[in-house]
Design a binder for this molecule. Sequence first.
Ligand SMILES: [Zn+2]
Length: 324
Amino acid sequence: MMKLRNWATAGAVALGAAGAGLALKSVLPQHFAIDQAYEPQEAVPDSSTWPEIEVTFLRCGYVTLPEFLVVRGAFSFVPHVNAYSAVLIRHPQGTFLYDTGFCSNIYAFLRNQSLFFRTLLGGFIFEQALSSHLQQLEVKPDDLDFVLLSHLHWDHVSGIPDLPGVPLRINRVEYDAAKLDTSGIAELVWQFMGDNPHELFECTGPAYMGFRSSYDLFGDGSLILVPLPGHTPGNTGLFINRASGPRLFLIGDAAWSAENYMYPATTHPVLWSLFTNDDATARQTLIDLHRFYLRHPEIPVIGMHDARMQKAFMTVEERRLVEA
Ligand SMILES: [Zn+2]
């Protein structure tokens, strides 16, 4: 007869094995249903109305993570740089930012956060404040017509204190969902947003480039917002279609790194579950981005933390501007 102690040992071994199995599974690739035949209705956009648009990434800070945390299934400890950036967009009808990077007194806002926040999220390297970037480019906060927020997470609204009075344009879905969130981190978002006026928009226009609906920002077909939900309920992407230079597609936090939609693969399940509002919706968005990427390899798809893609884009952009 098996003694109690032996049972306990067998139980511990089984639990240990299950634990090790789960840990191993968490870094293995996950199945994505991407093999079925699927061709979205995608009209060729009319490019005759696209003006010249200048796009400049303003990187304010970064954090370094081992690659296996950023891309599930990547058996690699290679350091991966996650940037915190704003994008300055200069269109003939308006100058605005897509997300905001970090303000100059960011630490004053983070000081009173929980230990969890300060150790896990607050461990970034602060490089250059949004206000300093704008000053370098000779753009005054008053020159900005508005700020477009991809979504309402602290690290995307954290430059707003450098932009007093500049109106914030927010997807209504995102705004309504954020209003219901009573966590400490949600509280921080409202602190960053201060008393800047809010202007809500809705993506209720027609399907665009394979995405379910859209909102044409200036009505000329050059700046098209599309919902990319899952990371948050109203995470919003922005197509930039221009006469000068290549088109591009900014995707907020729908993917942290290009590999996430290229393979496709989520981040490591621990990070994914911490930062994803709706798992199934977020994975469907990754599949949509994956299919878009296959159909349009010529259009860079750039996440707001994707340091490598942002740098590559700016290198090409600066060369193009020098040649022009
Ligand atoms: Zn983010």
